[in-house]
Ligand binder design. Structure first.
Ligand SMILES: [Zn+2]
Length: 317
């Protein structure tokens, strides 16, 4: 089978590998789609110290069951599925343990069926434990923020505000259910939030942007004893420099990151059910597809984010 192996910065090579052999409790998948994830970009852009190259990555897989191993009853040959895998997704085939597979409705195209990001967003909403009547904001409405937005809407918030600097992302947020959008380049966001909450601040703020600026904005918008949900990925140096303020404001700080596999798989199951039932709309979010041979171009697009770009997916015929 063909696979795209990452040998270093800007160096994916298409190689021919033996296809994996089915084992008890697993299914062999014919990969139809694998999403390009923001979390993979850094290891492609620069050679990362501490990471071993060559790397066989890709973890947002959907496809068709080709073969089932002994003891597998939940799936059969020909079933459409989304999979939670921890790599080996930029290829033609992958072997997956059966408990990491999720049925995919005929109505959902493969390139829209990504169990891993949906597991993250679903678990973030679950852990946030939102309350009836909450007024919320999401800071950063890229791909993950726009999925999160739709899942938060399913909890019927009083008002859900999308904040970003990219007009086209804010337009998408509005079309996917945001009650209000604020462009941080055009308005003073804190003033606007004060005006609509009578100076009180927001009940819940989801920080998705993953930068020091978005963390600071989160703390500026949240009410005393309000909830801050840190969804953004913050590797490296410390970014909260005014913890005294966070402390004084008695924020309820939620780290929406998950490591326990059972939690992740449960989130994927709940989120995939929502997707299959049409409660999450991925179609405006998957803006570019590329064949495996063009994976370098796909990663470049994910870095450059040309106008209208939200997410790239690698697809196999
Ligand atoms: Zn991912």
């Amino acid at each position: 089978m063909k696979a795209a192996i990452l040998h270093g910065a800007h160096d994916f090579r298409i190689e021919t590998l033996p296809a994996p052999q089915v084992e008890p409790g697993t299914c062999l998948l014919d990969i139809k789609a694998c999403g390009v994830c923001h979390s993979e970009i850094h290891q492609w852009q620069h050679h990362q110290e501490g990471l071993e190259y060559p790397r066989f990555i890709g973890h947002e897989v959907a496809g068709v069951v080709l073969e089932t191993g002994a003891g597998v009853t939940a799936f059969k040959k020909g079933d459409r599925v989304a999979a939670w895998v921890d790599g080996k997704g930029y290829a033609e085939k992958v072997l997956v343990q059966v408990e990491r597979l999720f049925p995919l409705a005929d109505s959902i195209p493969f390139q829209q069926a990504m169990a891993e990001p949906i597991a993250c967003t679903t678990n973030a909403v679950r852990r946030a434990n939102l309350h009836y009547g909450d007024t919320l904001a999401i800071i950063g409405v890229g791909f993950m923020g726009l999925v999160l937005l739709q899942q938060i809407k399913l909890t019927f918030p009083q008002r859900l505000i999308a904040i970003d600097r990219r007009p086209q992302m804010l337009d998408l947020a509005a079309s996917l259910g945001a009650d209000m959008t604020l462009n941080a380049d055009e308005v003073n966001v804190a003033d606007e939030i004060n005006a609509i909450t009578n100076g009180r601040g927001l009940d819940v703020v989801f920080e998705v942007g993953g930068s020091e600026a978005t963390l600071n904005m989160t703390a500026a918008l949240c009410r005393m004893e309000g909830k801050i949900v840190i969804f953004g990925f913050h590797p490296g140096a410390r970014k909260i420099n005014d913890l005294g303020w966070w402390n004084w404001m008695a924020f309820d700080i939620i780290n929406a990151h998950f490591r326990d596999l059972d939690t992740i798989l449960h989130g994927a199951r709940v989120g995939m059910n929502q997707l299959n039932d049409g409660k999450i709309n991925m179609s405006p979010l998957i803006t570019r597809t590329f064949p495996l041979e063009e994976i370098e171009t796909a990663f470049q697009a994910a870095v450059d984010k040309p106008k209208g770009f939200v997410k790239a997916v690698i697809v196999n015929p």
